[in-house]
Design a protein around this ligand. Structure first.
Ligand code: PLP
Length: 404
């Protein structure tokens, strides 16, 4: 069986983790701080806070901005549940909008969904393909949109417009107009979950890129406390001579990253551009060449003049088939010992959101993308032979069903 998304674990990773285990410090400490600095240099944004997951990072930033009951947050209908669940946790209303044929949130649909209650937009770079950030950033700054904004916290007054909080769970290393994901909008959150491009087993990072007069250093200090129960000193600082006394400045959360996680991330990041992304790109090119000859195969965008993907997963679509037929193709692929996936079942189709009153009929592009989509594996240890096996499994399964 060809697995879908195993992590890349080798001696370098093991050695770095073991080094941390024997160092005498295994939770948030020097390696997490070093990882944050290197992530900042990598993304080109102002400052980075590492956290326990992307979900925690997204929620932390919604809470930082003061999102609460009565507020609305715009989320694409086509994403993983984390993007919307964190909005529910804050007591705010999720406003789903439809997506484009490239899988990403529709800027025209965002424009129609904005009201005086809208506080945040969470675009998602599906499969690593960056959203149209110039269009989104321009939209929130339009005078008629800005005039609708009704600030109610100091942070909201300072920004004085809708916050753009990018869910970049898939897209670290992706590029838009020559700039890396991380520096493209106000706040960007990466995921380092085990199946993501760059992993720490579980983990995430918040990248700040806020306009003046926000002070990124001061916000980092506040967020650091917010991710540790509102404690003014972390456990390491308290071990320093005379450092035992601390204060609690707010009832914060508990979502810090450990140095064990950061040690995996340090190795991953050091070889990310020159090794991981290179291999992922080769796999995308190989899939594109193999499926490009079939009229029934619709390839995902991953390289255009203004954008480069981070090549997270290869979202193949099959032209002119129904959801049930797609499911049958997937069964055929699995029977050929290849694991594939679907990214994603649109959230309005999930029981919780459906019962909340969302209807997939209102998101026709999301449904169309989903119903014809099969996610193909992309990971470092997937060899060319394995890619060819995946291609053969898809083609044979399709032909078995449709070309008798
Ligand atoms: C994986 C994922 C998340 C959540 O990441 P965690 O680090 O597991 O919290 C959020 N959004 C999308 C689109 C994801 O795929």
């Amino acid at each position: 069986m060809i697995p879908f998304s195993p992590p890349r674990i080798d001696k370098r990773i093991v050695d770095e983790v073991v080094d941390t285990l024997y160092s005498g410090w295994i939770t948030t400490g020097p390696k997490t701080k070093k990882f944050e600095k290197l992530l900042t240099a990598y993304g080109g944004h102002q400052v980075t806070l590492c956290v326990g997951s992307a979900s925690a990072g997204l929620e932390l930033m919604l809470r930082w901005f003061g999102v609460k009951e009565g507020d609305e947050v715009i989320v694409p209908a086509y994403t993983y549940a984390a993007t919307a669940n964190v909005v529910v946790h804050c007591g705010a209303k999720v406003v789903f909008v439809d997506v484009e044929p490239d899988f990403n949130i529709s800027v025209a649909a965002i424009a129609k969904a904005i009201t005086s209650r809208t506080k945040v937009i969470i675009p998602v770079d599906i499969a690593g393909w960056p959203c149209d950030y110039d269009a989104i950033n321009t939209l929130v700054a339009l005078p008629r949109i800005q005039q609708l904004f009704t600030p109610s916290t100091p942070e909201q007054h300072m920004l004085n417009r809708i916050l753009v909080l990018a869910d970049a769970a898939h897209s670290i290393g992706g590029q838009y107009k020559g700039r890396k994901v991380g520096s493209l909008t106000d706040i960007t959150v990466y995921s380092f979950h085990a199946v993501k491009n760059l992993t720490t087993a579980e983990g995430g990072a918040v990248c700040l890129n806020l306009p003046a007069p926000f002070d990124p250093g001061a916000i980092y200090t506040g967020l650091n406390a917010k991710s540790l129960h509102g404690q003014t000193k972390d456990a390491l600082a308290k071990t320093q001579l005379g450092g035992w006394r601390y204060d609690i400045i707010e009832p914060g959360y508990k979502c810090n990253m450990t140095d064990i996680q950061a040690s995996i991330g340090l190795v991953e990041l050091a070889r990310y551009d020159d090794d991981m992304l290179v291999r992922r790109r080769q796999i995308f090119d190989r899939y594109a060449a193999a499926f490009g000859i079939y009229e029934w195969a619709q390839l995902p965008p991953y390289d255009r003049d203004d954008r480069k993907s981070s090549y997270h997963v290869f979202l193949l679509r099959i032209r002119g088939i129904s959801e049930e037929q797609r499911d049958a193709v997937i069964r055929g692929i699995f029977s050929r010992e290849v694991a594939v996936n679907v990214h994603f079942v649109p959230l309005p189709m999930m029981t919780y959101y459906h019962e909340e009153g969302y209807d997939i009929a209102d998101y026709p592009a999301a449904y169309d993308n989903y119903s014809r989509e099969i996610s193909l594996p992309v990971y470092y240890d997937l060899t060319d032979d394995m890619v060819d096996t995946v291609v053969r499994a898809v083609v044979d399964s399709y032909k078995e069903l449709f070309i008798c």
